[in-house]
Structure formats: C-alpha cells, structure tokens
Unconditional design. Structure first.
Ligand code: TZP
Ligand code: MG
Length: 207
C-alpha cells in the first residue's frame, strides 16, 4: 500500500528540530517524507538529507528529496520529487535509477495525462485547497480535480495543498492514495498525534 501520509519538511524546520520531527512521525507510522528546502544551497541540502537519513531507523521509511535527483542519488535518499519546471521525469530517472522513486507534481489534467505516460512512481496533484505555504502557488484545483485525476491514472495519486487532518477524509474519498502535508503537521503541538488523525481518516475513507 502506498503510504497514506506524506510529510514534507520545508525550510521552517532543519537540523535537530527536523530530525526530532522525522523521529516522532516515523514512530507514529509515517513512512514517507520529503525534504523541501527550496532556498538552501546544494551543500546544505546534502548535509540536511544525510542527517535525516541517519535518523531513519526503518528501511520501510522513505525520504524523498525535492527538486534535486543528483542529491537524492549521491546521499542514498529514496527518491526525488520534480515539478513541472524541474528536470523531466525520465531525466531524473536516469540519475536516480529504478530503485529510487521519482514523483512528479501536476496542476491540470493535461499535465496529469502526460505524467501518467512517464515512469513516475507517483503523481502529485494540487493545490487542492488554498495554501499559504507555497509562494506563488498554482490555481486551486479542488477535491473534484482529485476525483477526475483518479479516473485518468492507475499510478499512486498524492494530493497536496492546504490539507488538514479535518479535510483529509474527503480527499482520500475522492481517490487520493496519499495526502502530502506541510503546515498542518509542522505547526501541530503534537505532530505524531496529528499524523494518527490522518491514518484514522484514511481508514474511515477505505471502510
Ligand atoms: N505544492 C502545491 S501546494 C504546496 C506545494 C509544495 C504546499 C503545501 O503546503 P501545505 O502547508 O500543506 O498547504
Ligand atoms: Mg521542484
């Protein structure tokens, strides 16, 4: 089963705090993380990735690097996530190989159809809801877009953008295999407890 919760670490979290966050969430069962330090230097992203990888105890827990297939490969991370303006999926694949995941962001149905024809291991769609976390976000696509996307691909579908533990259930019900979340987890008093609320929402949506 594709991990139902994808926790993204943005620039607001680094060093020991990021390590503690990954430890707490992986202890709660979160099996998929992304490091998204958009403004950091390649050297800093390498260092951060290496320290997060060292904090991950289980081989079932994956850390994906945003934007940079070279850093994913060199650090031994589990994969890379590329956007529409990054290296294309197949270029990232050549760097990362088939053992690592390559995920891709899409924001409309044309991009989704195109991504479906690639070797991408999962397709992200969004922003599903308004978000203040991403600067200059693409237009909000809404939950209906997730439903439409579900009909167009059999690849794992990751919904992103403004999702909270309260709204996750409707997103899973619309066909998302996973929800990718930044603020709602990072800002939580108890991120592990918050993560468990997502798992409960995914269970309810499945039953
Ligand atoms: N891509 C589309 S929305 C978004 C990204 C990276 C930001 C998601 O952050 P949040 O805090 O979960 O809305
Ligand atoms: Mg990118």
């Amino acid at each position: 089963m594709f991990p139902p919760l994808y926790a993204i670490i943005d620039s607001s979290l680094s060093g020991e705090r990021a390590v503690a966050f990954v430890r707490a969430l992986s202890g709660a069962g979160v099996a998929l993380f992304q490091l998204r330090h958009k403004t950091s230097s390649p050297a800093a992203i390498c260092t951060e990735t290496t320290s997060l990888l060292a904090s991950i105890a289980s081989p079932e827990v994956r850390l994906i690097v945003n934007d940079r297939p070279d850093i994913a490969a060199i650090t031994g991370a589990a994969g890379v996530h590329v956007g529409q303006d990054d290296l294309p999926v197949e270029a990232a694949r050549r760097i990362c190989g088939t053992a690592r995941w390559v995920g891709v962001s899409t924001h409309n149905l044309d991009q989704l159809r195109e991504a479906d024809l690639t070797s991408a291991d999962y397709i992200a769609v969004g922003p599903v809801f308004p978000t203040a976390t991403k600067g200059n976000p693409d237009p909000v696509v809404g939950v209906e877009f997730v439903r439409a996307a579900r009909l167009l691909t059999r690849k794992p579908l990751v919904a992103i953008g403004g999702i909270t533990a309260e709204t996750a259930e409707q997103v899973y019900r619309a066909g998302a295999d996973s929800v990718a979340v930044i603020r709602d987890l990072i800002a939580a008093d108890d991120p592990a407890a918050r993560a468990r609320q997502y798992f409960a929402a995914a269970e309810r949506a499945r039953s």
